[in-house]
Design a protein around this ligand. Structure first.
Ligand code: SF4
Length: 474
């Protein structure tokens, strides 16, 4: 997927004026946020916070031991009959899938939801090789027939209204017109079921890989992931290398916090552990299972001060709670991962110079950290990325000159007092309706504040003098 994150500001301005998008994203994020709060703290604040702390500890432990856990996971998957491949980047991951497809004479593929394959652009690679590919998650299917990209980690069509989905299904899938979401779902389900039965290969992601058992952990609500991984004769899972967890007990804990944070459920409808291909005597399951462990920039992040970002379990809670995402939606972020976590990992995975507006796409209110089930300090990383941008000289001339002037003015008490007085008097005398130049962005939607006639420093000194005077009298 092409990176268009440097276009964030104009894309956000368009999104802010898109009435349908505002309606859909506002409903989707508010609903997700409210359900998350209710589910996470259904058994009390202390219980919810304890779950978060345990999940955070598991992911930190897993990251601290990642090289060893990857080796353990590979050995145990191979012992289970899973063929393990490694991909340094998206092209190599796609090439592995194409090689597997050729080896098994695959002509049609069904896919369950996978953000890693969005990173690698797998659908385009398969189509270019003349292999039919169909997304089977309902939201991803709508995205595919609409020739769009997902706008949310968990809810790919959160930007769409019911009416726009209806119009798309009628136009692109010949659905008989209906406004009933249940009938729309039934129509898509019927259509997808036939393709599941005909597919040669199923491609999935993986929410977790359990190192001690060599298992692929998958959570979903629609059942499509289970059909994708069990009906076709070949199953390929593309999984980021950061998705390793040490034990099944860890997996059990994480499958409690992930659905609570993502969809407000105590547990997803389908929670699967896939241990390998069909065994002798079994009547179903794929004949071949492959896991492709995808790096694509993750090992670089692992060596930096941003390694904590790899703890993300892709629940989407930070998106739902973010006041910026709530008004811009996901497409404005210009790549696979939107919202606060996208503002961190997009620059890290695609290059800071390719996503320089994203670290500023935050009010730093801290809600992303507060709702994160693994307690990732996103605001700290956003500030660090801003620092990196300034170090790279990407802060802009106005920023550099302004900060230098500010530093000079504040480095001596006399200049500080004098500058404050001049600025306040000039502002109150001129009474500008808007600030000039690039500062105008601040006053475009706000009134210019009136400066108080006396500064805090003056008031404080006067009060101190009064107090001393009263003390002398007393
Ligand atoms: S950063 Fe935290 S809240 Fe955001 S998607 Fe990842 S795990 Fe969820």
């Amino acid at each position: 997927m092409k990176v268009q994150s440097n276009n964030f500001i104009p894309a956000a301005q368009i999104a802010i004026h898109d009435v349908d998008l505002q309606t859909a994203v506002s409903f989707g994020t508010n609903s997700g946020f409210t359900k998350r709060q209710a589910a996470m703290f259904a058994q009390g604040e202390a219980h919810g916070q304890a779950l978060r702390q345990q999940a955070a500890a598991i992911k930190r432990h897993a990251l601290n031991h990642l090289p060893d856990l990857l080796e353990q996971a590979e050995a145990n998957m191979q012992a289970n009959g899973i063929q393990v491949l490694w991909a340094i980047d998206g092209d190599e991951a796609n090439q592995h899938v194409l090689d597997i497809a050729r080896r098994h004479n695959v002509r049609s593929v069904v896919k369950s939801k996978s953000m890693v394959t969005e990173e690698t652009g797998l659908n385009h690679a398969l189509e270019a090789a003349d292999i039919a590919v169909l997304e089977t998650d309902l939201g991803e299917y709508i995205i595919q027939i609409g020739d769009e990209t997902p706008s949310h980690i968990v809810a790919p069509i959160v930007h769409k209204t019911k009416e726009s989905i209806r119009d798309l299904l009628v136009a692109k899938a010949n659905m008989p017109p209906t406004d009933d979401p249940g009938e729309m779902t039934q129509f898509a389900r019927q259509l997808l079921r036939e393709r599941f039965l005909a597919a040669d290969m199923g491609v999935s992601g993986g929410n977790f890989i359990v190192a001690e058992t060599g298992s692929i952990g998958l959570v979903s609500n629609e059942g499509n992931a289970r059909l994708t991984t069990s009906l076709p004769r070949v199953h390929v899972a593309l999984v980021g290398i950061e998705k390793i967890v040490p034990t099944v007990v860890d997996y059990a804990l994480l499958t409690q916090v992930l659905p609570r944070s993502a969809t407000g459920q105590a547990m997803t409808v389908y929670t699967s552990l896939i241990n390998g291909p069909r065994q002798p005597g079994e009547t179903d399951g794929p004949e071949h299972v492959y896991v492709i462990l995808v790096d694509n920039g993750r090992s670089h992040i692992y060596t930096t001060a941003y390694a904590e970002a790899l703890a993300c379990i892709r629940c989407g809670a930070c998106l739902n709670g973010c006041p910026v995402y709530q008004v811009t939606g996901g497409h404005a972020y210009g790549w696979v991962y939107p919202g606060p976590i996208g503002a961190v990992i997009t620059p890290l995975l695609t290059g800071l110079e390719n996503a320089s507006p994203l670290p500023y796409a935050s009010s730093l209110c801290g809600m992303c950290k507060e709702v994160c089930p693994v307690d990732i300090d996103i605001p700290r990383m956003l500030l660090d990325l801003r620092h990196d941008l300034v170090e790279m000289g990407q802060g802009g001339t106005v920023w550099h000159v302004g900060m230098r002037a500010w530093a000079w003015g504040n480095s001596a008490p006399g200049r500080f007092v004098f500058g404050g007085k001049v600025a306040a008097r000039a502002a109150n005398w001129l009474k500008p309706k808007s600030l000039p130049g690039p500062l105008g962005g601040w006053t475009k939607y706000r009134n210019t504040p009136k400066f108080a006639p006396k500064s805090f420093r003056q008031l404080w000194q006067e009060r101190e003098q009064e107090r001393k005077g009263e003390g002398v009298k007393g």
